[in-house]
Design a protein around this ligand. Structure first.
Ligand code: DGL
Length: 258
């Protein structure tokens, strides 16, 4: 089965490029179109209804580009809107959720930390998953302000360090041995997080798992491309410089209102 249409990937902003990188690394021949809805970021403080409406707007844009499959590279959009998307559209969706399972299953202290947006931590989907791990204490922390600082290009600011310290220290005190990054923006904070966490605490994100799942769905339901090495395209509706710099100026970034 062959399908040469692109894979669509969207996030509330630039964070989902961390997921896109894992997909591009595993499936380098697949053409990808990335949508950064930076104008409407952060999604994490919005209502479920707003998140569903914004997600549908992003999907409509990607479908105009004939995407064969869409990766919702945003925990907040996945946990609040993926059921609605799957109900309303007739193409496969792959979502991203905080990786509680590998953290809880491997934790020796039976205490794990999750840093995510308010929208993710309050969602029904997240809470249903968390309930499955009754033997593990899950310390939930909303990453207030982190996404906005990343979207503003202030990744390495003193304010970022201060916020991270205030969110992570209580988890360290509670004896976590796994920290789950439950927002696709946060992998860009790993160098700073590592400076704060003691070495024995493992950091988990979901990028590779999403890439593998994308590969499986292409294999089983959609089809791989047989055209090699097509360049990815990134669309953004505000602040293109920050997206360009996070991509190391390697790819085509188009500013467009959507
Ligand atoms: N990157 C997104 C996530 O994974 C959303 C962050 C936000 O817009 O609040 O949750």
């Amino acid at each position: 089965m062959t399908n040469n249409n692109p894979i669509g990937v969207f996030d509330s902003g630039i964070g989902g490029t961390s997921i896109w990188s894992a997909i591009h690394e595993l499936l380098p021949n697949e053409k990808t179109i990335y949508l950064a809805d930076s104008k409407n970021a952060p999604y994490g403080q919005r209502t479920k209804e707003e998140i569903v409406a914004l997600s549908k707007k992003n999907v409509d844009f990607l479908l105009e580009m004939n995407c064969k499959l869409i990766v919702v590279a945003c925990n907040t959009a996945t946990t609040n809107a993926i059921l609605e998307l799957r109900g309303d559209y007739d193409i496969p969706f792959i979502g991203i959720e905080p990786a509680i399972k590998p953290a809880a299953n491997n934790s020796k202290t039976q205490v794990i930390g999750i840093l995510a947006t308010k929208g993710t931590l309050n969602s029904e989907l997240f809470n249903k998953t968390a309930e499955m791990f009754q033997n593990t204490t899950i310390i939930e922390q909303v990453g207030h302000g982190l996404v906005q600082l990343i979207e503003d290009g202030n990744l390495n600011s003193p304010e970022m360090t201060q916020l991270l310290e205030s969110y992570l220290q209580p988890m360290i005190d509670a004896n976590i041995d796994y920290l789950v990054l439950g927002c696709s923006h946060y992998p860009y904070l790993i160098p700073q997080i590592k400076k704060i966490l003691p070495e024995h605490i493992q950091i988990i994100d979901s990028g590779e798992a999403v890439a593998r799942q994308t590969q499986n769905v292409l294999r089983e339901k959609v089809g791989f491309t047989d055209i090699q090495n097509t360049d990815p395209i990134f669309y953004v509706n505000s602040n293109p410089e920050v997206l360009k710099s996070i991509l190391d100026y390697k790819y085509t970034v188009i500013e467009k209102d959507f």
